[in-house]
Design a protein around this ligand. Structure first.
Ligand SMILES: Cc1ncc(COP(=O)(O)O)c(C=O)c1O
Length: 417
């Protein structure tokens, strides 16, 4: 009797489970439910917004229920030229009909044009570019090239820095949340306080003669939207020149007009030996590029990638950079970003500690739990990101208008007021 009861219970339990998961999967208006499927099969590693992104145009994103959002996540700082920018869409579609893949074992017309375009926006001391597929790869190349060019192995990075999640770039990253499960990391990485040239000098003296490079973000993104100081970066450059250390500037998040100039380091008047870029470079198509000065030496076959510099991404990058230039998007980032920051600073709220940033990379340091604030904004049709535990981050497409900024500021007032 007991065996029969257990059998029936097991059958009943299995059927109920099946019905439950089927109804989860099919419960969104009778169609397949992407939220249930993604929850079931992905590792759910990030904070998932209850939004099914369906369609994008310019600064707007629509979900599967037809709701419209002003998108200040922008693909995580990728959509500088807006969602589905028509020029980028055309470039991708035209190229897709001709050739999608071509490894660098052979030459390619679109890639060669892309090299020329990238060189046209780089400062004159930059002589070579390594093309890859993401930010972490761009940083990984910078670290490897620094070792191959100097024969030295140590690196200095900043506290709160974020440089990526592969083993080298992760070793340069500061926050232990990203690192603790993956140790031992690459040896030779040392972290010093950001914007503090005395602390840096002290560390350089301690490691004298063994440092390949200093790697810094010109405005720390993931670490809490912390702008770098001009005097600090100038002092870092001077120290690098004096000690024969390479200077790597990581512009994966700040590049391509985001802070009001094509690259953020231009605000400081410095010359990085290596410049890491990715995210916005190709209007949403995965791509990275590591710009290098003549000091950088990489032996033949010492590095490479299958997809880096594929014609599809190269076509997208050319169209993206042309859009940034033609529409003067960096100037718009400076003007509208300045307005955005001034309007946010006018909000009187006990929950706001500080508003900071550059151009259209803006952070609000808050006293409330940041995900609660983000959920409140989502309900009001504004998507934004977190940067650490207590900073709200806005990375909108660069063609955003003051009128759209007013809508965002109103939503922030309602949530934090
Ligand atoms: C400054 C910086 N470097 C590197 C990365 C890593 O880029 P990816 O996620 O494309 O690997 C990021 C990503 O947010 C970043 O902000």
């Amino acid at each position: 009797m007991t065996t029969i009861c257990i059998k029936y219970f097991v059958i009943y339990y299995s059927i109920t489970n099946l019905i439950n998961s089927a109804s989860q999967v099919f419960s969104r208006g009778g169609s397949v439910n992407p939220i249930a499927i993604e929850k079931q099969y992905s590792f759910n590693l990030g904070h998932q917004f209850p939004v099914v992104a369906k369609r994008g145009q310019g600064v707007y994103l629509w979900d599967d229920q037809g709701r419209r959002y002003i998108d200040c996540i922008g693909g995580h700082g990728v959509c500088n030229v807006g969602h589905c920018n028509p020029a980028v869409v055309k470039a991708i579609s035209d190229q897709a009909k001709k050739l999608i893949t071509a490894p660098d074992w052979m030459y390619n017309d679109m890639r060669s044009q892309c090299y020329k375009k990238l060189m046209s926006i780089a400062p004159p001391h930059i002589k070579k570019v390594f093309l890859c597929n993401s930010g972490t790869e761009s940083v990984e190349a910078a670290l490897k090239f620094s070792r191959s060019s100097t024969g030295k192995i140590q690196f200095i990075a900043a506290m709160n820095a974020f440089h990526g999640r592969s083993m080298g770039s992760l070793s340069a990253t500061y926050n232990n949340t990203y690192k603790k499960y993956f140790k031992p990391l690459v040896p030779g990485f040392h972290h010093v306080p950001y914007n503090n040239s005395e602390a840096l000098k002290h560390e350089v003296n301690r490691l004298k003669g063994t440092i390949a490079a200093i790697i810094l973000e010109p405005l720390q993104g993931e670490g809490g939207v912390i702008p770098g100081k001009k005097e600090y970066f100038q002092a870092v450059e001077k120290l690098c020149r004096k000690e024969g250390i390479l200077l790597i500037i990581d512009e994966v998040q700040t590049g391509f007009g985001r802070t009001g100039k094509m690259f953020c380091f231009e605000h400081f008047g410095i010359k990085p030996d290596i410049l890491c870029t990715a995210k916005a470079i190709a209007g949403g198509v995965p791509m990275g590029a590591t710009f290098c000065s003549a000091k950088i030496k990489v032996p033949k076959k010492a590095h490479g990638t299958t997809f880096g510099g594929n014609p599809l991404a190269c076509a997208a990058a050319i169209a993206t950079i042309e859009e940034i230039q033609k529409r003067r998007l960096a100037d718009n980032a400076a003007n509208v970003g300045g307005y955005f920051m001034r309007e946010l600073k006018k909000i009187s709220s006990p929950h706001i500690i500080e508003v900071r940033g550059m151009g259209l990379m803006i952070g609000i340091c808050v006293k409330k739990p940041v995900y609660e604030v983000l959920d409140g904004l989502t309900k009001r049709g504004v998507l934004a990101l977190a940067a650490g535990r207590n900073v709200l981050r806005f990375l909108p497409p660069l063609m955003i208008t003051k009128k759209e900024v007013d809508v965002i500021v109103k939503a922030v007032k309602e949530v934090l007021g």
